[in-house]
Write a protein that binds this ligand. Sequence first.
Ligand code: GDG
Length: 468
Amino acid sequence: MSGQLIVVSNRIPTAATPSGGLVYALHETLRKTGGIWIGSDPDLRPHASKSLKEIGDQSNYRRLAFELTQEDYDTFYLGFANSVLWPVCHRRGDLVQISRRYEKGYRRVNRHLAEQIMKVAEPDDLIWVHDYHFFPLALELRALGFTGKLGFFLHIPFPALGDLGALPPTADLARWLAAFDLVGLQTRSDVARCLELFRSEFGAELMNDGKIKYGEQRIAVRSFPIGIDVEAFVDAASQELDDTGIARALPRELVIGVDRLDYSKGLPNRFRAFGRFLEMRTDKSRRPSLLQIAPPTREEVSAYRDIRHELEELSGRVNGENADLDWTPVRYIHRNIDRNVLAKLFRKARVGLVTPFADGMNLVAKEYIAAQDPDDPGVLVLSRMAGAAEEMTQALQVNPYDIEEMSEALARALDMPLDERKRRYASCMERVKATDVAHWSETYLKALSASRDKMSWSNFNAEARSDA
Ligand code: GDG
């Protein structure tokens, strides 16, 4: 890598050493390579500054924050990103809220951010942009004359061609993506959908080297399945649960679900399937509990308030119909739980229920497997619609729309003999280890560095701005 690495993501960590998941992985990457991490400042301002703000003091790399106004937050973040792009990518066109204000806000924030990045970026820097908040960022940067390598990674599913019809016409995904050198996606199915989009575009061509030629641009599209920090999670899960109160309160047959409270995660059907399983069990002395941890997220968006009410009603109903004086079948916790406690709860649970309708990867599936005791592992019940299903073929895979299939899978998981559990766990764990988060960032950055030798972006300007 000749220049420095610049990572752009919507959120930027504020702790000196962030814990958990993706932010930890990016922190570790930047700690090794040096560079800059740019993300949004969580505090809103009446007037956003035109320059990035230096935050914190990190070893080896800088963190720079961009400011948003209330209008930016409402239109760019809550509006276009989370009320248009998120539902489209998760096959929920019915939840899309089209608004010209949202479209303008989205383009404005991306344009302003590009201007601010240009003040700190050098021509041979390598910029790695994360997620659907910044689809047009490369186009804006090219329009301002940035000629270095630009990579993109989409954490959520790539939308099917048919679903893209729910986007407003100004959202030209193909042209936005074509300004990047490398488009990284979670799975092979995502890559197939992205290629389908380019195939449908006039003037796009699939080249012999696997790249797409689109006008003057050449774009590589590849899958890089994201993973977790396996060792850290195994370590956290292997510690004793020192809160004896929690340990005592856990039933012998614990089923666990952990998800941000999002409509894409399939939680109502999961509760229905658990209710169905309780009804159908012949041995009524059997008293499993479903522990569902679902911290709040994006509560300002109405679809998120609706799903919360639906879940509260459903958990109340399943409990009302099945609970006893000394048994609560569904324990639903609507708040954030400490990561170390979470790891130990995963290990105690006989079944991990991961049943999204659509999910880029789903790291909970990988965390559940990593947390298991190899000598007495639990069973992962996994939706076929999660990106993780492409690799974890030995999980019990289910259709998240089929309540009966999920209820049967639950019964099968709870009754599964030890040797079958061990065999399935070993196969899933082998995949979790092979695609850990360090492997993900290393392979991505290697591919981005090798993505092209030299190329001119000089004829970009006029065209890039024509619809801004
Ligand atoms: C997006 C894509 C893709 C959840 N509740 C608590 C908590 N969590 C942690 C989990 C896991 C993370 O949050 C959730 O990651 P997921 O991958 O499951 O889902 P998204 O948040 O939707 O992430 C997804 C991911 O990006 C990465 O590319 O896999 O498909 O949608 O780590 O453990 N952590 C703590 N307390 C909680 O209550 N501490």
